[in-house]
Each structure stands twice: as C-alpha cells, then as structure tokens.
Design a protein around this ligand. Structure first.
Ligand code: FE
Length: 283
C-alpha cells in the first residue's frame, strides 16, 4: 500500500463571475493538467447578499458536468429542458450538460448566509454530446458514515466502508465526499491508482500525508501524487474538507467560458449554434 504524497498545494483566489458573484476560485483553466478530469472548483461563501444576489443568469453549458453542493443558503435554478427547482442547504445537483443546456442559477441566502461549491467535471469526447441529465440529490438521500476513528463522511458519490453514495454511472468514476474530522483524528481512504485525487480544506487545518510536519490551512487545495490511499489528520481543531477523485481523461481541451470541447472548431460551432438558436439538441 503506497500512501499518496502531497504533490501540489494551491490557495484559492477571490474573483467575480456570473452577473457579479464574488467567489473563491480554487482551480480553473490554468491547472487542468493537475486536476484532469476536473476543470474548475469554486467556493462561494458570504454572509452578505450583495456578494452573490446577482447570480448566474441564463447561460449555456456543453461538454461538461456541473456539480453544485450547498452547505448553507439556496440556489433557485431553471433550464431549457423545463426543469426548475431549489437546491437547498445540504443538497447536491449533479448536472450533465452533455450536448447542451441553457440554464440560470440564482443564489438566495438564508438569514443572509450562503455557502456552497460548484465543481466542473469534463466529459470525454465520446460523451460530450450525450443527452443532458439532471440529478437532484436531497440532503436526506446523502448517506453519512462515521468511521471507527471518528471521522464523519457524507457520501455524495463513491463508496466508504460499504456505503455507496446516490450518484452512479458517471463516466470519469468520480468520488465526492464531504469529510469532517474532530480534533486530533486520523482518516485513511483508499484511492484508485492513476486517478486524480485532491482535497479542498474549508474549515480548520491538518496534515495531508504520513510523516510530514507540514500543516495545511483552510482555503487550500491539496493535490496528491499517485498511490493506493490518502492519510489525513486533524490538529487541535475540527477539520472539514471535500475529497474529490476521478479518472483522468487525457484529451485536448478547447475551453471558453461555460463550454468545454476538444477542438477550437467544436467550440466555435457551439457558440455559433448558441447565437443562431440551434444549440439545444435534446429537449
Ligand atoms: Fe451554469
């Protein structure tokens, strides 16, 4: 059993997207070599509605999956397929844009507060034009497992100690876990060889491999080198992080805004179709 070592540490950066939403961008198009099959991770967290209320009005997506996971507050959404609803605190929306959807995502705070994540996962070329698919996962349908050593883990996608999360049949075989460690607790988790594995710390601080003195703080992404398991331990305070892994795709990326294809030509075609009203392939 080879323990994965820390390969790269990135600090999230403040940016603005959508119609003026202030957010923490954890990684994006500069880091795709390190995060394949994932393209982008944003953490939005604010007690001030002015930071997020403008939201993400109507925009297209093609060639990717967007995964929204709310910790606090709500996001109202509507799309070109006639879906609409609210992602509430603790819920997840796993949207496979595939051949294309047009949607809007409008955050609403609860008592002003809103905290959540949006992850983008790439699709391999043979799946980029697949039929769009929505999965709305309610908090009550996300199993929470407590390990022998005391970690509590919400399983959105993947498996832990025989419990399987509600999201299945995703081509990049991802794992998406929300892990909370009480103070001075160790967490070990098996990982598939060759898969990309990273964690984003959003509460507390901890050690992210064996035999390391280095303490990594909140708002940092830790990308691991290859191996069979990861080892994380908390310090004298609670540690909470997302653990995300997936099978790298290894294909060329042509990316502009919310659309990610393999070639420049496919990208130009997508924007041309969006302009002339032929973007939606599946209703
Ligand atoms: Fe979107």
């Amino acid at each position: 059993m080879k323990v994965r070592q820390v390969k790269t540490i990135l600090q999230s950066r403040t940016t603005t997207d959508g119609a003026g939403v202030r957010l923490q961008r954890v990684f994006s198009n500069r880091e795709t070599q390190l995060t394949d099959p994932f393209l982008l991770l944003d953490f939005f967290g604010s007690d001030n509605p002015n930071d997020y209320i403008a939201g993400f009005p109507w925009h297209p997506h093609r060639g990717i999956e967007t995964i929204t996971y709310m910790l606090e507050g709500k996001v109202n959404h509507e799309d070109s397929m006639g879906n609409g609803g609210t992602i509430e605190s603790g819920d997840c929306q796993w949207m496979t844009a595939g051949s294309g959807i047009i949607h809007q995502e409008m955050p609403k705070g609860v008592d002003g507060a809103m905290r959540g994540f949006q992850l983008w996962a790439n699709l391999p070329s043979r799946h980029k034009m697949m039929k769009p698919r929505y999965r709305e996962i309610k908090e009550a349908d996300i199993p929470e497992v407590t390990t022998k050593k005391g970690a509590s883990v919400k399983i959105i996608c993947g498996e832990l100690e025989g419990t399987v999360g509600p999201v299945h049949e995703i081509v990049t075989q991802p794992e998406y876990l929300d892990v909370t460690l009480p103070p001075n607790t160790e967490f070990r988790h098996p990982t598939k060889r060759g898969h990309t594995v990273f964690v984003y710390i959003f509460e507390g601080k901890g050690h992210f491999s064996e035999d390391t003195e280095r303490i990594i703080q909140s708002d940092h992404l830790v990308i691991f080198g290859d191996g069979d398991e990861i080892v994380v331990s908390s310090e004298d305070c609670q540690l909470r992080f997302l653990l995300i892994s997936g099978k790298p795709i290894g294909e060329p990326i042509a990316w502009y805004g919310p659309i990610v294809m393999n070639t420049q030509e496919e990208l130009e075609q997508a924007f041309r179709e969006y302009r002339n009203g032929t973007f939606i392939k599946h209703q």
